[in-house]
Design a protein around this ligand. Sequence first.
Ligand SMILES: Cc1ncc(COP(=O)(O)O)c(C=O)c1O
Length: 451
Amino acid sequence: MNDGGNMETRSQFVVDSLQCKIHLSEAQLPTHWYNLAVELPFSIPPPMHPYHERPVSADDFRWLWPAEYLDAELRAGQYANELRIEIPESVHQAYRRYRPTPLVRARGLEAYLDTRAEIYYKREDLNPGGSHKFNTAVAQAHYAAQEGVDTLVTDTGAGQWGTALALACSQFGMNAEIFMVRKSFDEKPYRRGLMKLLGATVLTSPSEATEIGRQVRREDPGSNGSLGIGMSEAIELVRTSPHRKLALGCMSYHAALHQTIIGLEVRAQLELIDRWPDVMIGCVGGGSNFVGFTAPFLFAAPSGRTMEFIAAEPEQIPCLTVGEYRYDWADYNRQTPRLAMYTLGSDFLPPPIHAGGLRYHAKNPVLSALVKHRIVGSRSYPQGDVFTAGQLFLRTEGILPAPESAHAVLAAIEVARDAGQKKNHRPVIVFCLSGHGYLDLQGYMDVLGHS
Ligand SMILES: Cc1ncc(COP(=O)(O)O)c(C=O)c1O
């Protein structure tokens, strides 16, 4: 799209009549993230020390995280009171390579469902990592590089976050060390390969490289691993060397904050076509894409309008639908601060479903509080139905969603089907397509019987 000179007016937006893609120009890319925490009408219980009955201080965890990360988690500095946080230029520059991403009207799916609803999806699959994770990876790499960090260490489920971090580290001249949950390490060799092509070190988790990894392997030689175990391994590695720091793709407030670029774009895109969502849907692993996607809408409904926010999770990992709201650790080995959140217990070992990015025992504290205060609702779905929804999306929209994102597709289908029952109401449903599933084909083939 040409933004120059007298094209300015035309470039405000383009609505393609066939696909109905709603574009923003590069010049309209948001320059700030949306610091939702300052807008919440309730307070979130503070992160507590892992073992002592007191809130954590930054000094407790300087060895683990870059300073900017700690500021965001502890709502210190600008994060304490500024609603808009400026996106650093080098991060904005990286965003400009693939953002703004289109918002698409799902006309094929609507026609198939014969629904009264309008369905839109935000494409977060259009970057080299294939998911929303790069939005925060590049920001975390920027802040770490600024502090002179040499290596970022992390855990990854299906590999999207690991790929995003590997790419971001390669762009900022840092090393990436990635503990990949064994189930995905074995099943998704191409994601593993992509991380290695990007220069990352990739270890299967539980691994032989850490004490906690060896312990889990001793206790359960066939362990599939989990994000919580991978996180414990990453933390142990950081503890042993000052040039390493931890990066987290889903659990942190920091990650969710960076993902607000998604919601800010969606808001501008819907304004262009004079729509306001009735229902917003996202899948939830740690909660970062969901919070980022919905943040600019959560407390902004025009007067007289009600909105529904639906967090979609796997039936086999029912944190929000069945879990308890309480303090718990974010990792398996109880090294992190204790956070107030919905959890199935930090020692919960998630069943080996294919949506590896959702195999996590808890949800981040902001999302958890939004659910506790009934601002956000939740639904859970069985794997077979999720994959069938993903297949339907492929056939009607021409995109294969990541197994994680297919949870959001299924929730949107469910809501759109319900909409058919209510006459005189044409709800606007918007969901976040958090990633593509082209490296998850084996899972689709296995579950849907196409092997
Ligand atoms: C494509 C995709 N969607 C969603 C998620 C879940 O993460 P979050 O809830 O933090 O967005 C992941 C995690 O790896 C993912 O890869």
